[in-house]
Design a protein around this ligand. Structure first.
Ligand SMILES: Nc1ncnc2c1ncn2[C@@H]1O[C@H](COP(=O)(O)OP(=O)(O)OP(=O)(O)O)[C@@H](O)[C@H]1O
Ligand SMILES: [Mg+2]
Length: 432
């Protein structure tokens, strides 16, 4: 991404196809800043709503082979879309009333057996009207509920003093954590810090080098692994749904697939022909058809379109079991999680609250940590700044008020660079 941005200063239009996929949050935020400051036009495909919220002023929505254009920010687009949808519903209701009226009139005319030619032309017009699509059905959003069959104890899992290395690379160093029944945990951290490894330790696929891991006896876990979706590519979609659901009827399998936006003849296609996002969506459906009470999810929404992502958010919100989910999508994390595990430098810090709440807390902790210790931790150059003019950090929506103090060092300088350069923040003194 960095090299593309460096080379593209001369271009007129920068085309980006899902640039944030697989990037960690820190890198996404870096990219956001580059794109916001980019002097040329940008056309971007993205499923990251925070990025879209802040970046775009025009939205092209593609569906059913057509493009609808909204002259709006992403937030406004959602509003306008709802309004357009409402108008479509009204128009549809009006058309249906018209159809009813015309039908009655045709019936009346046929009974009197008059004006044959008029009847046939009226019938033609009626046929046309009846072909108007019902937007309510068309827009039927997949709604589904998780089965949550097993009850489990208070703690679904505990890790005590866990350690793990791959060769010389230390991944976990004396890490302890608790996963309580019903918690929705977002596991975040930079690429390569060991998130997938931790999930694999939970499933038993990786063994820790030291420490103890307890999984509650009542826990029935299901694992979503983006790389290995455990799909049989030669099967059709229907066969994949019926594979381990012996009692399910084909019509029910079709209805379930329909709820996951697989409609029409696509259910008879081979799984191997699906796109990456579609495969993930199918794998997720297969996962939630099992009676699990603990979902271990590794980047489940990568490559998914916004609608599928929202459906999965809805499902996870109505699931009363426990979830630990790795994701780099901040809005997804904010909508789904109530606890955050931040993995960094071989340790895990637990925060109450979703991604945005954990970020605020993290900032507060930095402020309350004695300067000298923090300097050691963060590699020096730490200074205290005071807010001179209020401003908003648009990545977290955090408003900074006049008089607030912030510790800024090499680790977070970039976050506040704009505010410093624009005299919103003034350096107070160097922390000893
Ligand atoms: N089986 C293995 N053998 C050797 N090294 C491994 C193995 N599995 C993972 N690693 C290394 O351990 C580190 C952590 O990997 P892991 O996949 O857990 O990171 P991650 O946080 O999930 O990253 P990402 O955000 O990119 O998914 C990486 O440097 C990786 O190369
Ligand atoms: Mg990973």
């Amino acid at each position: 991404m960095a090299s593309v941005l460096a080379q593209s200063q001369e271009c007129d239009l920068l085309l980006l196809d899902e640039p944030t996929n697989h990037l960690d949050i820190e890198t996404i935020e870096w990219l956001e800043r580059q794109l916001v400051d980019f002097p040329r036009a940008i056309m971007i495909i993205s499923h990251d709503r925070y990025l879209l919220d802040d970046l775009v002023d025009k939205v092209f929505e593609m569906r059913g082979g057509q493009i609808e254009i909204f002259d709006a920010t992403y937030e406004k687009y959602e509003e306008q879309k709802n309004l357009r949808q409402h108008l479509k519903h009204q128009a549809y209701a009006k058309t249906m009333a018209d159809v009813k009226r015309r039908k009655a009139s045709i019936e009346k005319m046929s009974r009197r057996n008059r004006f044959d030619s008029q009847i046939s032309s009226k019938m033609k017009r009626l046929k046309k009207l009846q072909h108007v699509e019902n937007p309510i059905i068309k827009d039927y959003l997949l709604r589904f509920h998780f089965k949550n069959v097993f009850k489990s104890g208070k703690n679904i899992a505990d890790g005590g003093n866990l350690s793990k290395s791959f060769g010389d690379t230390l991944i976990l160093n004396d890490v302890s954590f608790e996963i309580l029944s019903g918690q929705k945990i977002g596991l975040i951290g930079p690429n390569g810090c060991g998130k997938t490894t931790l999930l694999k330790i939970l499933t038993g696929a990786e063994k820790p080098d030291g420490g103890i891991l307890n999984i509650s006896r009542g826990a029935r876990w299901g694992y979503f692994d983006q790389e290995h979706l455990s799909l049989n590519l030669d099967n059709t979609l229907i066969e994949e749904i019926l594979r381990d659901q012996k009692d399910l009827k084909e019509t029910d399998a079709k209805a379930l697939l329909g709820q996951f936006n697989f409609r029409g003849d696509i259910v008879y296609n081979q799984v191997g022909k699906l796109s990456g996002g579609e495969r993930a969506r199918l794998a997720f459906l297969r996962l939630i058809m099992q009676p699990y009470n603990f979902l271990i999810l590794d980047e489940p929404t990568n490559h998914m379109d916004l609608k599928s992502k929202m459906a999965i958010e809805g499902a996870l919100n109505s699931f009363s079991g426990t979830v630990i989910v790795v994701s780099h999508d901040r809005r997804f994390l904010d909508n789904v999680t109530d606890t955050t595990f931040l993995m960094a430098n071989t340790s895990i810090i637990t925060y109450k609250g979703n991604y945005s709440a954990s970020r605020l807390q993290h900032q507060k902790e930095l402020l309350n940590t004695p300067g000298a210790r923090l300097n050691d931790m963060l590699g020096g150059n730490l200074k205290k700044y005071v807010v001179k003019k209020s401003f908003t950090d648009w990545t977290t929506r955090r408003k900074y008020k006049i008089g607030e103090e912030i510790l800024i060092g090499d680790h977070n300088f970039e976050l506040y660079e704009w505010a410093i350069n624009n005299s919103r923040l003034k350096c107070l003194r160097r922390n000893k």
